[in-house]
Design a binder for this molecule. Structure first.
Ligand code: HEC
Length: 132
C-alpha cells in the first residue's frame, strides 16, 4: 500500500514537471522581442529606433507586394540570419543566425528541400502573415 502511494506521488511530480516546461516562443513573440524596436509593432518600419538610423528599416508588410505578389521566403530567411544579404544591405540590422538556431525544419526553396532552423522559420512565417 505504501509503495503504491509513493508511485502516485511520483506520477504527480512527473506531471507537474511536464507542465512547468516552457512553451517554445511563437513567431509573433520572437518578432515582438527582437524586431519591433526598428520595424515597429505592425512591421511597417516605424519602431522607436528607426528615426536614428541612416536607412529606414524595411516595411515588412509589403515584402510580397514588392516581389510581384510572391513572398520572397529565401531572401527573407537570408536577410534575417545574415547568411546572404544584398550588397549594400544596411548593417544596422543585426544578424540573427546564431540567435535563431534550433531544431531543423525542412522547407522547399526554389524546388530544393532545405533545412531551416525552426525559430528562424517561425519568424519568417509570421512576416508572411503580415503581408498586405
Ligand atoms: C537595429 C534595427 C533593426 C532590427 C532590430 C531588425 N531590423 Fe530588419 N532591417 C533593418 C534595416 C535598417 C533594414 C533595411 C536594410 C536595407 O534595405 O538596407 C532591415 C531589413 C530587413 C529585411 C529585408 C527586407 C527586404 O525588403 O528585403 C527583413 C526581412 C528584416 N529586416 C527582418 C527583420 C526581423 C525578422 C528582425 C527581428 C528578428 C529584424 N529585421 C530586426 C533594421 C533592423
Amino acid at each position: 500500500m505504501e509503495a503504491q502511494m509513493k508511485n502516485v506521488y511520483l506520477l504527480a511530480l512527473v506531471a507537474l514537471a511536464g507542465c512547468a516546461e516552457p512553451e517554445p516562443p511563437t513567431g509573433a513573440q520572437l518578432f515582438a522581442d527582437n524586431c519591433t524596436a526598428c520595424h515597429g509593432a505592425d512591421g511597417s518600419g516605424s519602431g522607436w529606433v528607426a528615426a536614428g538610423l541612416q536607412r529606414k528599416p524595411a516595411d515588412l508588410t509589403t515584402l510580397s507586394a514588392r516581389n510581384g505578389g510572391v513572398f520572397p521566403m529565401e531572401r527573407v530567411l537570408s536577410s534575417i540570419d545574415g547568411f546572404h544579404r544584398n550588397p549594400g544591405f544596411e548593417t544596422a540590422m543585426p544578424e540573427f543566425g546564431a540567435f535563431f538556431s534550433g531544431p531543423m525544419d525542412q522547407i522547399e526553396l526554389d524546388g530544393v528541400m532545405t533545412p531551416v532552423p525552426e525559430p528562424l522559420l517561425l519568424v519568417a512565417e509570421y512576416l508572411e502573415s503580415l503581408q498586405k
